[in-house]
Design a protein around this ligand. Sequence first.
Ligand code: AMP
Length: 215
Amino acid sequence: MSEATPNKPLRAILVGPPGAGKGTQAAAIVEASGAIHLSTGDMLRAAIKAGSELGKKADPFMTKGGLVPDDLVIALVVERLAQCATGFLLDGFPRTAPQAEALDEALKGAGVSLVVVLLLQVPDDEVVERLTGRRTDPVTGTIYHLIFRPPPPEIVDRLTQRSDDTEAKARARLDKYHSETAPVIPHYETRGLLRRINGVGSLDEVRARVLAVLP
Ligand code: AMP
């Protein structure tokens, strides 16, 4: 039976290694569901760009490819969750056990529960290849890949690379994913919320798999 109806907002988590395609697939999910996309990585990058206190604190951790301290990220998410009456799609949160516990508390306090947790699976070697070839168009926000999703030649010169998408930092982020984030997954599996999705394939193929498991 469908759980996400117009009266029942989608409240979901999108989890997976860096470079699994979470940001790209999140766009399809929010379009299909009306949920609000909450990407902690995007929020933190915006804070850095704005030069806020949070941005100044987060910057050194992100630059190294490490994780931003839990208390900072938790405060950021909890504040935004309260504004998501039409549902939410968390992308890049929770990334640690304390973050998962804080999310449980916040949802319990609000009297709501998660509908689904989507795990986008991509092997490590492919993740590194995807991250190091990733480029962003600062004008449209479109994310390209030099090999897998080549940009139009006329915009190549203006593309930017995320400072944490070098090979060494990509590997550091992947290590963090395995040591800190992957252990959180059973927390949702035991509650019957987890759906595993093969993240290897074309964008359209993966999108179809993602949309097929949405409630
Ligand atoms: P992302 O865009 O999701 O790949 O996140 C980019 C970077 O932001 C990560 O490598 C971390 O440094 C930081 N970050 C994003 N989300 C979190 C989180 N939930 N906990 C800690 N750090 C985070």
